[in-house]
Design a protein around this ligand. Structure first.
Ligand SMILES: C[S@@+](CC[C@H](N)C(=O)[O-])C[C@H]1O[C@@H](n2cnc3c(N)ncnc32)[C@H](O)[C@@H]1O
Length: 368
């Protein structure tokens, strides 16, 4: 039986497929770009001129952040024409770093900023954001989008759902506590990395003030759909009870209060390490595939475009949740049938399906 309790068991689709299947994630980063540019504008000229460093944590294949990073480099160049610029791309060791390299160096579908700018040094790291990624006091801007909802560990299986949004009682409390610890660990490492006066721009999945979260805004709840299909497979005897529970996603969506607490309370180690909350707001970015369906009206096309975006981030968890005693082909067939079932649901009754993004956009500064 496999039980990958650690977030290093997750992988995004490789071969550059991730960015192509996640145009919505790019829209989220594009929406955060003004915050990054403003943060760059707030840095001391002396610090930028001495050498500017930006990190993109949980970058996947770097395709979704390429425009934002290009604009950040333009902004630094406008302030400090000769400054050396280092861009640290980090993700976990199992990430598809070949696709990332292809995207950064212009070998994939995107034009590289390296063709336009001199003295820009991209560096790649396989260090988790649960550890310190760069040396102390060397970072000007720490950026991350849509990554820090992955917990450092799966504290327990959820017995009635696939995600903490559907958990209850002690199971929910265990997830909440883990997220509490993890968020503080992430911030404490960033506090060490940042130069005094440096900034974090962190765009994270959230539960907003109205209880909305990814795939649960005004239509059908996407996580309930994930759960229902696995429950149906369980009822049909296609998977075991243990496999069903193993489908638990090691994720948690913080509320604005949960994100803000360690940055506002003077007794918190994060606050004492010098981090302060400059800004936090929640925003919704509409599911691009559902929006497109509203225009073209072709349900089969909607399903064909929408299902891959879901697969790109949860297929590895679900595949690893299946009993490793089963032959690989059997496990793969169950996974095909799972997404096939979801695709049929969307094709047959498309109204209300979609994965609207609900994020907290957070800007944090390190006191000088
Ligand atoms: C949904 S993707 C987001 C990619 C990109 N930042 C974007 O917004 O399009 C989440 C990424 O976070 C990475 N990730 C998850 N846990 C991580 C960790 N502990 N340290 C670094 N990266 C992690 C995953 O490998 C994946 O590439």
């Amino acid at each position: 039986m496999t039980d990958r309790g650690h977030s290093e068991g997750i992988t995004m689709s490789g071969g550059g497929v991730y960015s192509l299947a996640t145009i919505g994630a790019k829209h989220v980063i594009d929406a955060a770009t003004p915050m990054v540019l403003e943060a760059i504008g707030s840095l001391s000229l002396q610090s930028v001129t001495a050498g500017f460093t930006l990190s993109d944590m949980g970058t996947a294949d770097a395709g979704t952040s390429l425009s934002m990073i290009t604009r950040a480099i333009d902004a630094v160049r406008a302030r400090a024409p000769q400054a050396p610029i280092t861009v640290i791309y980090s993700d976990q060791p199992r990430n598809d770093f070949n696709a990332l390299i292809a995207n950064i160096y212009g070998l994939g579908s995107y034009e590289s900023y390296l063709e336009r700018h001199r003295a820009v040094y991209p560096l790649v790291s396989g260090t988790s954001f649960y550890k310190q990624i760069v040396p102390s006091e060397t970072l000007d801007i720490g950026f991350s989008a849509t990554a820090m909802h992955w917990l450092s560990t799966k504290v327990c299986n959820i017995s009635n759902h696939v995600q903490a949004v559907g958990a209850q009682g002690e199971e929910l409390a265990a997830f909440r506590q883990q997220a509490h610890r993890d968020w503080r660990q992430i911030l404490l490492h960033r506090a060490r990395e940042l130069k005094p006066g440096g900034k974090l721009v962190l765009i994270n999945f959230a539960r907003d003030e109205q209880g909305r979260y990814l795939g649960n805004t005004d239509g059908i709840n996407m996580f309930d759909t994930f759960n229902q299909i696995w429950l149906d497979f369980l009822a049909q005897g296609r998977i075991s009870r243990a496999e069903y529970e193993n489908m638990t996603l090691p994720q948690y969506y913080n509320s604005v209060e949960e994100f803000s607490a360690p940055l506002l309370d003077a007794s918190e180690p994060v606050y004492q390490a010098g981090l302060r909350l400059d800004h936090i707001e929640t925003r919704i970015v509409k599911c691009p595939y559902a929006e497109a369906y509203g225009e073209h009206g072709d349900a089969a096309r909607f399903a064909a475009e929408y299902i891959p975006t879901i697969r790109s981030w949860n297929e590895s968890i679900f595949l690893n949740g299946l009993d490793s005693e089963r032959p690989l082909e059997e496990r793969q067939q169950i996974i095909e049938d799972y997404y096939g079932t979801y695709g049929t649901m969307v094709r047959d009754s498309p109204a209300g399906h979609g994965m609207d993004y609900v994020h907290a956009y957070t800007v944090i500064s390190k006191t000088t």
